[in-house]
Design a protein around this ligand. Structure first.
Ligand code: ADP
Ligand code: GLC
Length: 489
């Protein structure tokens, strides 16, 4: 079966979060299962240098010009051939006025004002491009940025015989990001006003990309079983729970996998040393390397190191961390944190490190190599998310023998099992209430368990032994594609 992936992020081209990891790994896995996969991405400024490598500085156009009409003008997008990598074909939508910018979605000053036009164009260009380059059996579209593909297929392009048989599957990686724009977006993107109703594209008087995808896709998935249930409730549904309950029978929860080609302490190029569950020796060198990277060389041998790698958004529960910050440093523990995002959380981390040099160290920014070093060098990984659709970092932590301390929500709840010292079972520490006391209690359970070296080694190995590779999830996606295609036929 031919599947077209459309998304706004994909490693190694452009990444702000886990979406990029997923789109970078799942297509390869589908190819292994015998499917043909094409991935479409926007051609951001940061992508251009990666494309011209090895081609004499020039990139190759697969389609020279696609006309995308807007209300008062046309835009023209080229489709650049990114070549085949590990069996997966990549194409990039090139529209420099919209994508040749330093960031993906916006700057510290705010979201780009024309994001509806940018991702509206992206979606329509992908649909058009497939008519030249191959209409798939299934379009697999990711998050709000690609969600309008499903809408275009069933509205603007409903009578196009070339596209008629193509099914659409939407994966919701995060229901809180919906792509909400003013009502006029309807006519800017040349949709009839009849679509701006609450059973279609309208949501509280806004034009809502994600809602459109939810309404018009043949099947929906999200990235863990627990989150699939959660988003059908008012607490987690971000005001889309009504429509998600209506489409509940068509919604599947498929937990994300881990790309062990990129995240494995036995082969990770970013580390000072390699290690495995059988031979944990190298992890000591990784700890020293991590402490060195954060200027914490003076930290004593037996002191547990806690790691945080996070987008600094409300979702990630950083406000809970801030409320136990002073108590936490009164324990015998050091904290190494990497993150960037909302200024309020960046400033909390800066202040915390400033007050406690020697036990709290922070890097504000985005740094892939350092993220790997933290996964390897820390003893514990803190992820107290308010909600977490899947979460990848806790699964990376398991593989790296870095024990996760997590809140029992979404994919965190699905992947981490509380440590039971008597039975010697479990992989981490979990708390349920969104409450600083509960977080601190979980951290204290972890610190206590850390004192028993032998038990701790068992706890580490329990996590390292788990297999969260993409093989299983890829099979589940294959079933979803087949079901979607059957329904279309
Ligand atoms: P989310 O997608 O909600 O941010 P995930 O746990 O699914 O959460 O994925 C986050 C991904 O982004 C991981 O690969 C993580 O290592 C990476 N990441 C997050 N923040 C940073 C950062 N500041 N520097 C480097 N990598 C980061
Ligand atoms: C989103 C979610 C995260 C998930 C990622 C990839 O960014 O916040 O939990 O792992 O998408 O699906």
């Amino acid at each position: 079966m031919h599947i077209v992936f459309a998304a706004s992020e994909c490693v190694p081209f452009a990444k702000t979060g886990g979406l990029a990891d997923v789109v970078g790994a799942l297509p390869r896995e589908m190819v292994k299962l015998g499917h043909e996969v094409t991935v479409y991405l926007p051609l951001y400024a940061r992508v251009r240098p990666l494309l011209s490598e090895g081609n004499g500085g020039k990139s190759r156009e697969a389609v020279q010009s696609i006309t995308i009409p807007f209300r008062y003008y046309n835009r023209f997008a080229a489709i650049v051939d990114g070549g085949r990598r590990e069996g997966v074909q990549f194409y990039f939508v090139d529209c420099p006025e919209l994508f040749d910018r330093p960031e993906l979605y916006g700057t510290a000053g705010g979201e780009y004002a024309d994001n509806a036009e940018r991702f509206g164009l992206f979606c329509r260009a992908v649909v058009e491009a497939t008519k030249w380059l191959g209409v798939p059996e299934v379009f697999h579209v990711h998050d709000w940025q690609a969600a309008l593909i499903s809408v275009y297929l069933r509205t603007t392009y409903a009578d196009d015989s070339a596209l008629h048989g193509a099914a659409a599957v939407l994966t919701i990686h995060n229901a809180a990001y919906q792509g909400k724009f003013p009502p006029q977006t309807t006519e800017q993107l040349l949709f009839p006003w009849s679509l701006f109703t609450m059973d279609k594209l309208e949501q509280y008087d806004r034009f809502n990309f994600l809602k459109g995808g939810i309404v018009y896709s043949d099947l929906l998935t999200t990235v863990s079983r627990k989150y699939a249930e959660e988003i059908q409730t008012a607490e987690f549904g971000e005001q889309l729970d009504g429509i998600l309950r209506m489409r509940g029978p068509d919604l599947r929860g498929i937990l994300n996998g881990v790309d062990y080609a990129r995240w494995d302490p036995a082969a990770d190029n970013n580390l000072a040393a390699h290690y495995t569950a059988e031979n944990l020796q190298g992890k000591r060198a990784c700890r020293a390397d991590l402490l060195h990277a954060f200027g914490l060389e003076a930290v004593g041998d037996g002191v547990p190191v806690m790691g945080i790698v996070s987008r600094l958004a409300t979702q990630k529960g950083i406000d809970l961390v801030s409320r136990i910050a002073e108590e936490l440093v009164s324990r015998d523990v050091v904290v190494t944190a990497l993150g960037s995002g909302e200024p309020i959380y960046e400033n909390f981390f800066r202040g915390w490190a400033f007050r406690h040099p020697g036990s709290v160290a922070v890097r504000v920014g985005y740094d892939d190599a350092l993220a790997h070093k933290i996964e390897a060098g820390a003893d514990m990984f803190l992820m107290p998310s308010r909600y977490e659709p899947s979460g990848l970092n806790q699964m990376y932590s398991l593989k790296y023998g870095t024990v996760p301390v997590v809140r029992a929500t979404g994919g965190l709840d699905d992947t981490i099992e509380e440590w039971d010292a008597d039975a010697r079972r479990g992989t981490g520490f979990k708390f349920a209430g969104y409450d600083p006391k509960d977080l601190l209690a979980a951290v204290d359970r972890a610190l206590e368990a850390f004192q028993d070296k032998e038990a701790w080694a068992r706890l580490m190995r329990n996590g390292m032994a788990l297999d969260y590779s993409w093989e299983g999830p890829a099979r589940e996606y294959a079933e979803v594609y087949e079901e979607a295609a059957r329904r279309r036929a």
